[in-house]
Design a protein around this ligand. Structure first.
Ligand code: GTP
Ligand code: MG
Length: 149
């Protein structure tokens, strides 16, 4: 099944948006498979965003991600990667549509509250970086027959 790595960044945790953000993924109908509050080591932040290493904002981005705890999550479901990015909204919060997380709760790209994987392949890569195998929980959600025909 398709999985996305979704992370509430330190600004989202500090601003008390954890419940609000989890609620949006829950009520959409995706299934939570992993969840932890986590202080990110610098090496992991650098590895996670390594594709952006040549960007001028890379240093600031790494400092932002390690500036406080994050909430690391695995969400599973058909089409979850693209759908999560729709729920999250555009990278620049001022361009993000109202109704999206960034559109509703943020004003700057450097404080955009939440991360979502940009492809299923990167989802698996990121889940491997952020979670131990023992932290991924296999469980049957009884709600599924009411969501999927
Ligand atoms: P993520 O879900 O966090 O990966 O965001 P994204 O996929 O919408 O954007 P991208 O992967 O291109 O950039 C990763 C993160 O780098 C963004 O979410 C921002 O936090 C940060 N970022 C991107 N562009 C800029 C920029 O121009 N300035 C600053 N300060 N940060 C940026
Ligand atoms: Mg990205």
């Amino acid at each position: 099944a398709e999985r996305s790595y979704v992370m509430i960044k330190p600004d989202g945790v500090q601003r008390g948006l954890v419940g609000e953000i989890i609620t949006r993924f829950e009520r959409k109908g995706f299934q939570l498979k992993g969840l932890k509050l986590f202080q990110t080591p610098e090496d992991l932040a650098k590895e996670h965003y390594k594709d952006l290493a040549s960007k001028p904002f890379y240093g600031k981005l790494v400092d932002y991600i390690i500036s406080g705890p994050v909430v690391a999550m695995i969400w599973e479901g058909d089409g979850v990667v693209a759908s999560a990015r729709k729920l999250i909204g555009a990278t620049n919060p001022l361009a993000a549509e109202p109704g999206t997380i960034r559109g509703d709760f943020a004003v700057e790209v450097g404080r955009n509250v939440v991360h979502g994987s940009d492809s299923p392949e990167n989802g698996e890569r990121e889940i491997g970086l952020w979670f131990e195998e023992t932290e991924v929980v296999e469980w049957t959600r009884d709600m599924t027959p009411w969501l999927k025909e």
